[in-house]
Design a protein around this ligand. Structure first.
Ligand SMILES: Cc1cc2nc3c(=O)[nH]c(=O)nc-3n(C[C@H](O)[C@H](O)[C@H](O)COP(=O)(O)OP(=O)(O)OC[C@H]3O[C@@H](n4cnc5c(N)ncnc54)[C@H](O)[C@@H]3O)c2cc1C
Length: 473
């Protein structure tokens, strides 16, 4: 078989949202780049994660919001249309066709090779093409590994044999299952339980720990568990699944809380690095592990190798992968020009926000929007802090937003520096409050100055004023 040899300034493994952005930044910086991708250009977020999951949830959210406003509620006389919801979801995944993203890659001046890449020593990548051909790529300056993550599989007897749903199946299913068992109470499990229950499935959510969304503020976990239960989802906490089997079309899970039966079982118990078959051993790294990276996303001890996005395990979110891509891309360009990038906190070359200010939204009912440190993390980090909490429903803007608005805002304040360490909002529509909190946390805006950031009346943003008043006491 013939082997093609090519040289680029930068070789990027994986054309997900992270890889696309690394390639774009370095090409804008005057370098040449090639993207290597065995599946769909655009990666997990576009086809099996963020976009389809949020498209599945949006209709349910809009209906709930309308039903919470007297006058509008009377106009909502029907149920959510399942076929139309699934069809709208399909448009957001471009029907799992990546030609739009391929055109973008071409337009951005990035080369694309369809195939699976693996490292073969320093600065070298061998690609086995989807057409069977082999290409040997040499990188003049950098190889960026952006191969993402895969769903973790728990070692449960018989589980692999029952044909469980992965998050990919849960976001791309063409039909609503009659009974859905959801294993895992993280954000994927909670969002998919919300979505499929609203579309008609009978859902049981099994969580091993004592609360849902374990990384969130406890008030957020309680609100989501309460709402799921009130809507009819069977939420079982502290439940260990010990075995799985099929009885005809039925999946049976044996657990510490008895047996549960369903038509499908979604396994959403976390993620693992997708770095098993990419030749890490040829450069002295351990296959299957998250890439250990320093502040510019360069793999420790390997000056030419970068690990960006889910592949480094730092913060498994699309926007954080894209942020890291911008920082790593800038560092690659600087080093290619012979300049050593500034690695101080918040410089354009480092991913400081990974540790200090990760924003995230869980699109459950209610939504959970958070940034920075929770009270537990501030405590663990030994930071002097005070927790301030206020019911969002007491704010006029929230009362207008929905009759009987229920929600909570929690701010974690650094009492020594008088800045915000973190903020969590729990309630309908709170996702859109998050960027103000992110700016306050990243900007380390002093509390005294926040009093001058006057929220417009009557909006839900008035919650900021109430949090400040509560802090002042
Ligand atoms: C159900 C679900 C919902 C989510 N919702 C959200 C959300 O609402 N918001 C959010 O911010 N995040 C969300 N996430 C997380 C988000 O999807 C990921 O953080 C993001 O997709 C990571 O992007 P990435 O480019 O690093 O990896 P990926 O998107 O996984 O891309 C990696 C790419 O590398 C390719 N690849 C693998 N092996 C090789 C190889 N050997 N050679 C070349 N290429 C290779 C893969 O085919 C893939 O295309 C969600 C995740 C899930 C599972």
């Amino acid at each position: 078989m013939s082997v093609t040899e090519q040289t680029y300034d930068v070789v990027v493994l994986g054309a997900g949202s992270t890889g696309e952005n690394v390639a774009d930044i370095v090409v804008r910086g005057g370098l040449t780049a090639v993207l290597v991708e065995p599946e769909l250009v655009g990666g997990e977020c576009s086809y099996w994660a963020c976009m389809p999951s949020k498209a599945l949830l949006r209709g349910t959210e809009v209906l709930l919001e309308a039903r919470a406003v007297d006058g509008a509620a009377q106009a909502v006389t029907g149920e959510q249309d399942v076929d139309a919801t699934l069809a709208r979801r399909d448009t957001f995944t471009s029907h799992w066709d990546d030609s739009g993203q391929v055109s973008w890659v071409e337009g951005a001046g990035i080369d694309l090779i369809r195939g699976s890449g693996r490292l073969d020593g320093e600065r070298t990548v061998v690609v086995t093409g989807t057409d069977g051909g082999e290409t040997r790529l040499t990188a003049r300056h950098a190889v960026a590994v952006c191969t993402g993550s895969v769903a973790a599989t728990p070692p449960i007897d018989g589980l692999a044999d029952v044909g469980p749903w992965s998050p990919r199946d849960a976001t791309s299913a063409k039909e609503v299952p009659g009974r859905l068992l959801v294993l895992g109470g993280g954000y994927v499990g909670c969002e998919m339980a919300t979505a499929w229950h609203a579309l008609g499935a009978e859902v049981t959510l099994l969580q091993r720990g004592d609360r849902l969304l374990p990384a969130a503020e406890p008030q957020a976990s309680e609100a989501v568990a309460r709402s799921l239960r009130e809507s009819g989802v069977d939420v079982r906490l502290g439940t260990d699944v010990t075995g799985a089997r099929r009885e005809g079309d039925t999946v049976v899970l044996t657990t510490s809380d008895g047996e549960f039966r369903g038509d499908e079982v979604l396994v959403a118990v976390g993620r693992a690095a997708r770095t098993r078959d990419i030749g890490l051993e040829t450069v002295g790294l351990e296959p299957g592990t998250y890439l250990p990276v320093e502040e510019t996303l360069r793999v420790t001890g390997h000056p030419w190798l970068y690990g960006v996005g889910d592949a480094n395990g730092r913060s498994l979110l699309t926007h954080m992968g894209k942020y890291q891509a911008r920082q790593a891309g800038a560092a690659i360009v600087a080093r290619a020009r012979g300049q050593e990038p500034d690695t101080s906190d918040w410089s354009p070359f480092v991913a400081t926000a990974d540790a200090a200010a990760v924003p995230s939204v869980v699109f459950t009912t209610p939504q959970i929007a958070s940034v920075g440190r929770t009270a537990a993390r501030a405590e663990k980090g030994g930071l002097p802090h005070r927790v301030v909490e206020y019911p969002i429903g007491n704010v006029s803007g929230a009362a207008l937003f929905a009759d009987g608005y229920e929600g909570t805002a929690i701010a974690v304040v650094d009492t020594e520096r008088e800045v915000l360490l973190g903020v969590t909002f729990v309630g309908p529509g709170v996702a859109e409050l998050l960027q103000a909190a992110t700016i306050a946390v990243v900007g380390e805006v002093p509390i005294a100055r926040l009093w001058h950031a006057v929220p417009a009346y009557p909006t839900v943003n008035e919650i900021w004023l109430r949090l400040l008043e509560t802090y002042r006491g």
